[in-house]
Design a protein around this ligand. Structure first.
Ligand code: LMR
Length: 328
């Protein structure tokens, strides 16, 4: 009996500690790479606030912006290891996990954000949310940033202007092919390095949304921006299947509802930033914004669009057709 008692004395403190842990809130670490004054930054903060309001103490969302916690090339691995519970990498950054999401990188695929919205909300877009189930990642929804613009140290009016220039790209093979199609030299680099690469002239240009060009000050180190709207940066809000299912049903339902409202808020911010941040860049006088004539734009389309065919087998023709239909 004496032995049993002393064994209990050793074990008891741990039992008590475990008890305390059961009452601890569920912590959702939400990691992202952009600034807080962006569509994704505002969405994540709104989500945190709504969860705090409604799930008082049961769930706590901690937001880590500006690549503070992870870069996009590390975050999905960290998620599968349980070090982070939610993130919203751009749709261009899932290549290691699925080929399907490459659809969103095809140049000149969507004519505007309304078409993007129709595609994402339609059956094909919704099905893509579960395209990484086999590896344990679950898409919870999309959030917009907006259309991409080209920026460089010189004016880019026709594809020939980009020949031989180095462009930073996100980690996407489609984007690599897109820049190779114009004879440029694409380099895959994390978002957190772009400003310095531009400032030190290690690269000549990049492609991004008005919101990212403004909030990360790329316009201060790029003298020329072409309003090309040639592609898209949107996000997949992603979690690990294991974490998501580990939450009690009623809690998960509340979290999901808060997320839907946060997404709606972020999408409004995205619309405002697409025009507002562009105007702020124009006002700054630091960068000249170039509009393309229809003839110039047609040249970019002609050179870049053949990229679609290269990825048709990986993405699937049905999916591409569905995306094209969303333009109607
Ligand atoms: C980029 O790397 O340029 C973007 O994906 C950053 C972001 O999250 O908008």
């Amino acid at each position: 009996a004496g032995a049993l008692l002393s064994a209990l004395m050793v074990v008891a403190p741990f039992l008590i500690a475990d008890q305390a842990r059961a009452d601890d809130p569920i912590v959702i670490k939400f990691s992202h790479v952009v600034a807080e004054n962006t569509p994704k930054g505002q969405m994540a903060n709104k989500f945190r606030d709504l969860v705090a309001e409604r799930l008082d103490g049961k769930v706590v969302v901690e937001v880590y912006p500006n690549s503070q916690l992870f870069n996009d090339n590390q975050v999905l691995e960290a998620m599968l290891l349980g070090d982070v519970q939610m993130a919203a990498p751009s749709l261009s950054k899932f290549g290691q996990y699925t080929e399907k999401l490459q659809i969103f990188d095809l140049p000149f695929l969507f004519k505007d954000m309304a078409a993007v919205e129709r595609f994402q909300n339609g059956p094909a877009g919704q099905k893509l949310l579960t395209s990484m189930e086999d590896v344990g990642l679950l898409g919870l929804g999309y959030i917009h940033n907006g259309m991409k613009q080209l920026s460089a140290s010189k004016p880019l009016l026709v594809p020939e202007d980009a020949r031989g220039l180095k462009f930073r790209i996100q980690s996407s093979d489609v984007l690599q092919a897109q820049f190779e199609a114009v004879g440029a030299l694409p380099v895959k680099k994390p978002f957190s390095e772009v400003f310095t690469l531009l400032q030190t002239k290690a690269i000549d240009g990049q492609e991004n949304t008005w919101s990212n060009i403004y909030s990360k000050k790329f316009f201060e180190v790029q003298e020329h921006i072409t309003a090309s709207n040639h592609g898209l940066i949107d996000y997949l809000i992603v979690t690990s299947d294991e974490f998501w299912k580990s939450m009690p049903d009623d809690v998960r339902a509340e979290v999901d509802k808060a997320l839907a409202e946060a997404i709606a808020h972020g999408n409004k911010v995205a619309m405002d930033k697409a025009t507002g941040d562009r105007a702020k860049i124009a006002e700054s006088g630091r960068s000249t914004i170039h509009e393309l004539t229809p003839e110039q734009r047609a040249q970019w389309v002609e050179v870049m669009k053949p990229v679609w065919a290269k990825f048709e087998d990986q993405i699937g023709k049905d999916l591409i057709d569905a995306a094209v239909e969303s333009n109607m």
